[in-house]
Design a protein around this ligand. Structure first.
Ligand code: F6R
Length: 245
């Protein structure tokens, strides 16, 4: 695993965007795995800036990690709305080539199977962007999540609902209790993983994921079992690391 230390959050997010852009330019048929959340907002801002300077998304296909369940696509708190607002509406991506789990699917199991099939049909994910939750989740893989799990309906931890309350008028009880998420196994199938973590609040869980035992209790520790994973941290998120490997 490669660990990249950046002096601040902005530099960390720009570095992530630069690596995504390199992948997009180098791949004949880029398939990007995307994430949502506060950390990613600066990554997408940087990508939008690069698009204005000529980076094209026209050849890209994208799959997002997760979506609340149930939620309507046009609900402003949905991850569909987030992606539209933060990235898709600003770039030349083809809407039909973007996909998120459907939080309004009447049969979630069927939707999860279809999602896995769609990723496979696209040739698999070339580069998967990831954040890390305070519970150690990647996607919404709350502890414990086996490293072989596939896209599925999950219950969100109270800590995660509290972490994500901002979009719900700071009422964590209004954050949906469930979500559809790629599994840890689905994520590990991506050819490259790129995690970004910034801010002091992430320091403890970053240390647990990177320097404590690899365990299904901390999904992000699975990155250490991947042959091509990179973690980009700002100095605050890296604050508890010993980095003596
Ligand atoms: C979102 C996702 C989550 C977030 C994580 C960090 O699609 O998959 O794993 O990346 O919860 O969220 P922020 O950046 O808001 O701290």
């Amino acid at each position: 695993m490669e660990i990249v230390l950046a002096p601040d959050a902005m530099t960390a997010c720009r570095e992530a965007a630069a690596r995504i852009a390199d992948y997009m330019r180098g791949a004949p048929d880029p398939v990007l795995g995307l994430a949502t959340g506060r950390t990613m907002e600066a990554v997408y801002r940087a990508l939008v800036g690069m698009h204005r300077d000529g980076l094209s998304f026209a050849r890209c296909r994208t799959f997002n990690l997760d979506e609340y369940y149930p939620i309507a696509r046009d609900d402003p708190r949905s991850y569909h709305a987030y992606m539209h607002e933060q990235l898709f509406r600003h770039v030349d991506i083809v809407p039909e080539r973007t996909r998120l789990p459907d939080g309004a699917a009447p049969d979630p199991e069927c939707e999860c199977r279809a999602y896995e099939d769609a990723i496979r049909t696209a040739g698999g994910i070339g580069l998967q962007l990831l954040g890390i939750g305070l519970t150690g989740h990647i996607g919404f893989n709350e502890p414990p999540s086996d490293f072989v799990t596939r896209t599925r309906l999950v219950e969100l931890d109270e800590e995660t609902r509290r972490q994500n309350a901002e979009m719900f008028d700071d009422r964590w009880q209004d954050v949906p209790r469930r979500a559809l998420t790629m599994g840890v196994g689905t994520i590990l199938d991506a050819r490259r993983l790129l995690m970004v973590a910034t801010g002091a609040a992430k320091a403890r869980i970053v240390r647990d994921a990177l320097e404590r035992p690899v365990t299904p209790m901390v999904s992000a520790s699975a990155l250490r079992q991947h042959p091509a994973s990179t973690v980009i941290l700002d100095s605050e998120a890296a604050g508890l690391l010993r980095l003596d490997r």
